[in-house]
Design a protein around this ligand. Sequence first.
Ligand code: GTP
Ligand code: SPV
Ligand code: MN
Length: 619
Amino acid sequence: MSLTLNDIKHPKISTWVNEMIAMCEPDDVVVVDGSQEEYDRLMQKCVKAGLATKLAKKENCYLFRSLPSDVARVESRTFISSVKEEDAGPTNHWIDPSELKQTMRKLYKGCMHGRTMYVIPFCMGPLGSPISKNGIEVTDSEYVVLNMDIMTRAGKKVLDIFNADPNAEFVPCLHSVGKPLRECESDNGIWPCADVEYKYITQFPEERLVWSYGSGYGGNALLGKKCFALRIATVLARDEGWLAEHMLILKLTNPKGEVKYVTGAFPSACGKTNLAMLIPTIPGWKVETIGDDIAWMKFGKDGRLYAINPEAGFFGVAPGTSAESNKNALISAEKNTIYTNCALTEDGDIWWEGIGYPAKGKLVDWKGKTRDALPKDKAPKGEEMAHPNARFTAPAKQCPCIAKEWEDPAGVPIDAILFGGRRPSTIPLVHQSLSWNHGVFLGSIVGSEITAASTIDASQVGKIRRDPFAILPFCGYNMGDYFKHWIEIGKATTADKLPKIFYVNWFRKDADNADLPGGFMWPGYGDNSRVLAWIFDRCNGDESNVVETAIGYMPKTLNTDGLADCYKKTLPEILKVDVEGWKKELADVKENHYPKFGKHLPKELSEIIDMIQDRLNKA
Ligand code: GTP
Ligand code: SPV
Ligand code: MN
């Protein structure tokens, strides 16, 4: 039997949910229990409504197709609605909270007609961890409930925590697809959502409240993820002295059996999931996964930073995922997985560009059109079989390389933090910061080519933009103050206890070199283990393979055993300081990036930029 409103014994939650019911006017209300029986029932409802297709070839796997207008996060419709505009800062969209609430209340009024409201009690982080936090998402989307079941700890076990403690805190998260149904109307196979001008993904940071309207996709709708675990959590972290970051967490073991834990911030669709599940190409090394998208880090009693993964599943980019690039992700998504906007094969399996084998016969593309497989499986931009931001939602516990510590309530102690992005030029394969503040500087200047994960506007893809700390679309307050918070974290413990900071770039390009697949000067994927090995040794204080350059510490060389010859040739180039390129880079930061933050820019960062410019002038 499913749970009902009467099963909620937490007065504040009951009050809030009742207010949402009065506003949204659903036909029915269900409190999500998180059981398999419930999951199966909701999935059947989606199949009946024509929204989901069961895959004959994969156990308990389903395919959903969204509308072409609802395929990714919509940053232009994402708001940090703080009381003061200055607190949202120069990089966030802002509307006055009372004005925005008025606008959104009108949209929410009666928006759940013809639909069921689901009340999802969920926990971000391992149950019982002092670092974890709880929320309630109210939604009218079965797709959201099913995804939240995989991505978070959801249901009765979390409701029990609330019911046991009437003072237990929760972040209220309201979601509607914004598509009320008239009497006798049904979705009839069409993904429900609102037109883009009616979409709002709003965070109210002072109230620790999320309101999302009009989109059913990913980070817009699974509110535990980007809205709570990043935009709201960055604010909590600032106030409470910890870090909420857009970072993977991995466990790295060397051939001697020694272990280091590494986090990495790369912008959306820039390789976090791949790095977190990497299979090393150098013998004796091992990578295991703790998390692939978000890290919450708090100081332990020993003065070190400990990280947990607040999520319980992977919402991974499908295209490009193959047995060669990321076998562990494919195995994670073999069963009990939701696929969104992938192509469907005739025999009832999924397919996408870069899956590693050709499509045969006819395919149903992500828009629902039946088409012949393309020669070479390469479609012109805009005509892909799977959308470039097609995703799989898979339970983390199914990952073959999940680390045994992944649900440790204490978290894992972090030795190194990586920053990176897609930079076709200038940025070398790897360099290490000279100090904590220099590392904060490197985080602050992260830039990347725009990817399909961050925009529904395909014409933007490929342009370079600054994405500091890979958190530009996910920071719930003024980014200048966020830089300051990172500087403060560096003062909260002794230098030897702080993680070492590195900047990596797997994406240097030489378009003229026909030997290089995709023009990339570095093979990436499993070969990134060669870089991880150097980082590991640096964390152990190894001084044998290092040069101090104008921009930081760099390896003299890397382990190249078994590396393809074409990359042995490109390696010296990508391990060199491009002095002229860096001078331009810093000039751009000084002229176009830092001035945006005005008086919120910490003086420490201006000091670092002067120091590096000075070193470059002497180089
Ligand atoms: P989000 O889930 O959007 O935050 O993305 P992510 O950072 O987890 O990115 P992911 O690992 O899913 O990779 C995105 C795309 O980058 C995929 O198409 C990958 O195949 C590609 N990619 C990942 N790692 C590498 C690499 O080392 N080299 C190259 N050339 N491509 C990579
Ligand atoms: C990202 O865009 O960084 C993602 C996908 O991880 S989404 O959950 O849609 O934000
Ligand atoms: Mn992400």
